[in-house]
Write a protein that binds this ligand. Sequence first.
Ligand code: ASP
Ligand code: MG
Length: 424
Amino acid sequence: MALIVHKYGGTSMGSPERIRNVAKRVAKWARAGHQLVVVPSAMSGETNRLLGLAKELQPALVDDAALRELDMIAATGEQVSVGLLALALQAEGQPAVSYSGWQVPITTDSAYTKARIASIDDQRVRADLSAGRVVVITGFQGVDALGSVTTLGRGGSDTSAVAVAAAMQAAECLIYTDVDGVYTTDPRVVPEAKRLGTISFEEMLEMASLGSKVLQIRSVEFAGKYRVKLRVLSSFTPWDIAIDEEAQSGTLITFEEDEKMEQAVVSGIAFNRDEAKITVVGVPDTPGIAFKILGAVAAANIDVDVIVQNMSHDGRTDFSFTVHRNDYARTMALLKSDVLQLTGAADLIGDAKICKVSIVGIGMKSHVGVASTMFRTLSEEGINIQMITTSEIKTSVVIDEKYMELAVRALHRAFGLDAPSDAA
Ligand code: ASP
Ligand code: MG
C-alpha cells in the first residue's frame, strides 16, 4: 500500500462523462489498497472563460487589487472540479472528500496570478486518508497570509500536484493528461516521433523550458528539488486496464544517477517559435555596454534568452539577443528611446520571424562532436544559423522561422530518433 497522487488535466475533466471515468480509475487504485490524493484542473476551457469574464469588466487588470480579484475568479474553476469529482467517487461507492486550497491549507506568497507555494499542511488530508477516504484537492490555487485566494499561474495544477506529493512524501505522482507521455519531439511536426519510456529530470526541465508544453515548468523544478517520482501518462486508456500495466505506461521522469549506462546521446529535439531577435548595431566596444543595453531591458522586467556579442572592428561591435515575442515591440521601443543615445549605437535591427531549435540530452555531457553533427545537418539542409548557445546538456540554434519544421525533422533523423517504420 502506498500514498499516490494523481493529477488530471482539464481535458480529462472536460465533461460529467469524463469525470465519471476519472472516478472509476481513481476508485480502482483505492480498491487496490492505495491511499489516493487527487488534484484535478478546472474543466477544459473553464479558466479561459472565467478570465474572459473578468476582462470584460476590467480590460487592463493592472494593479494588485485587480489581480487579487482575478485569482478569486479563476480559482473557482478548480473548486467546481473537486466537488464534481468527489461526488462521482461517492457515486462509485468510494468515500471521498474535496478541499480547496485554503481549506488544506496550501499557503502561498501574495504574488497574485503567479503565487509560489510556501507550505502545505497535510494534517487534515492524512486524517481523511486514514479514515479510508480519497482526498480531492484543487489544483492551481492556494491562500496567502492575509487569507486571500491566490493562483499559481496558468498550468499551475501540475505544480500543485507535485507540491502535494512532495509535502506528503508520496510514493509517486502520476500526471494524467491528453497525451500518452513525453515524446522525442512534437509528433505534429515529426510523425515518426517516439514516446520516451524515461527522461531524466534535467532533460525534462530543458524540454519544458524550450517549449515542450506537457508539464508546467515549475512542477518539474519542484519535482527535481524534492525528488518526487513523476510520471506522465494518458487519461484516455480504458479506466479498467490492470493497475500494473497502467503504472508502467507513459513516461517516467528519472534522476540522472538512476539512468542506465547506455543511452541515446540526444533524447529529444525541442523548438520554440515564441522568440524575437534584436540586434544593436555598431555599439562602442567599451566596458559597461552589455549592462547599458540589457540593464535597461531587465529594468523593464523583460526576460532575455540567447545573447551574442561579436568581436569588434574599429572599436565597434554588434550585440544581439532574443526576447519573448510578446515583449518584442516593447523592447524595440525601449531601446529606440533610451539605449541608442545612451550607448551611441548606430542602428537597431529587429526580427520577429525566428525560432529556436534545440537538441537535448544528458549523453552530451560525455560525448564530443554532438554539436558539430547538429551544425552539419543544418548546413546540409541549407539552413543558416544566426545564433548558438550551449549548456552541458543542450545546444540551441536560432534560425529563420520558415525552416523550423525542416530543421526539426532533419535533426530528429540525424540523431537516430525516428521510430523504425512498421512497413517491414
Ligand atoms: N486551470 C488552470 C489553467 O487552465 C490550471 C491548470 O489547468 O493547470 O491554467
Ligand atoms: Mg496542463
